[in-house]
Design a protein. Structure first.
Length: 363
């Protein structure tokens, strides 16, 4: 290798390095300009609050607007850097939903999902209506989040970078959630070298910009392959009623159910796990929907060689898709923590559903 060649390579690399430095400087400058404009806007709004002090509704609206703008400002750098492919800030590694489904359907992997409620419990923060704070559950959630079990896919919500695929309402809700110390909490709990699945894989309707197209139905059709022609056991809250009144699980071979309390299911966790293990030999796959306990149960069942998939709100998402309004709506007869009054659930007399219940720990 000649000296002339080496000198040319040094010049080329030096030039590329300078170009990267310039791009990075321009990116930082753009972010700072955005911050400056947003802060100026926030300052103007704050300065005018006193002028409308007598207008309570207007004040509340202004303060809500300020919070929204501040959240956008806080999150802008993460969104921009992700769009430009700049790995400047912490962002977990994600596999695609197609990869996740392949691993579940074709290779028999389990799935444990963790969202805002689970992270709040792990951080000793009160957020989740489904589950009261529980130190033992917090320890178990932290354990599963960094699990290296090859047969378990751990899923977290794809909230960390670009939010382009979501509706504006969903994106704003994510920005609001990720503000403050949330991002730092997540970074402290996650394995930076681990590849995660997207927890939104089963929340496939309301959040997405394409929710009024045929795309959500195609995503549900792909999800239905998980239990196609399988004997399944659903472990769910007593008012969840997965698949009741719709055809979400119409392609299964058989369905049995283990009922947990509608909230704070971890109080009965040991009994739920024991019951699941007793009947595990006679089923193909477990479908889990018991709030923050689901991910832990998926982990424990996987350790015993049993496939278990945490599906969360999948049934409500399916009902909302069938309603076709692109938004959350009440679903009679099912616990729904995402609409006003959704926790007031009437009893049902569906004899087929009742006949499927093999254990009931709801009381």
């Amino acid at each position: 290798m000649s000296e002339e060649f080496l000198q040319d390579e040094i010049k080329r690399l030096t030039s590329e390095n300078e170009q990267l430095r310039l791009q990075y400087s321009q990116l930082n400058s753009a972010i700072n300009d955005i911050y400056g404009n947003v802060n100026a806007l926030v300052g103007m709004v704050k300065a005018n609050i006193d002028a409308v002090a007598s207008c309570g509704t207007a004040i509340n609206q202004l303060q809500g607007y300020i919070t929204m703008v501040e959240n956008i400002a806080h999150n802008t750098k993460y969104e921009i850097c992700d769009i430009l492919g700049r790995n400047v800030y912490f962002k977990p590694k994600f596999r695609t939903n197609e990869e996740t489904l392949h691993l579940i359907v074709d290779e028999g992997k389990s799935l444990a999902r963790f969202g805002d409620g689970e992270f709040s419990i792990a951080g000793n923060l009160i957020r989740h209506k489904f589950q009261k704070l529980d130190e033992r559950l917090a320890i178990r959630i932290k354990q599963v989040l960094i699990s290296q079990n090859d047969n378990l896919l751990v899923a977290i919500a794809d909230n960390y970078g670009s939010l382009e695929k979501y509706t504006e309402d969903a994106a704003d809700a994510i920005r609001h959630y990720m503000a403050g110390g949330t991002r730092a909490l997540h970074e402290s709990l996650l394995d930076k070298n681990k590849v995660y699945s997207d927890a939104y894989i089963t929340r496939t309707y309301v959040m997405y910009k394409d929710n009024l197209t045929d795309a959500p139905r195609k995503r549900f059709d792909a999800l239905k392959k998980i239990w196609d022609n399988k004997n399944i056991i659903i472990v769910e809250g007593s008012q969840t009623r997965l698949g009741v009144g719709n055809d979400l699980f119409a392609n299964t071979k058989s369905i049995r159910r283990i009922l947990a309390p509608p909230t704070s299911s971890f109080d009965r966790y040991d009994e739920i796990l024991d019951a699941s293990l007793k009947v595990a030999d006679s089923t193909d796959i477990f479908i889990l929907a018991i709030g923050p306990s689901s991910g832990v149960l998926a982990y424990d069942l996987t350790l015993e060689g049993i496939q278990a998939v945490d599906v969360g709100h999948i049934d409500l998402e399916y009902e909302w898709m069938k309603a076709g309004k692109g938004m959350r709506v009440p679903v009679p007869g099912k616990y729904n923590n995402e609409v006003p009054g959704g926790d007031a659930v009437e009893e049902i007399k569906d004899q087929n559903y009742i006949s499927q219940i093999i254990f009931d720990f709801s009381n």
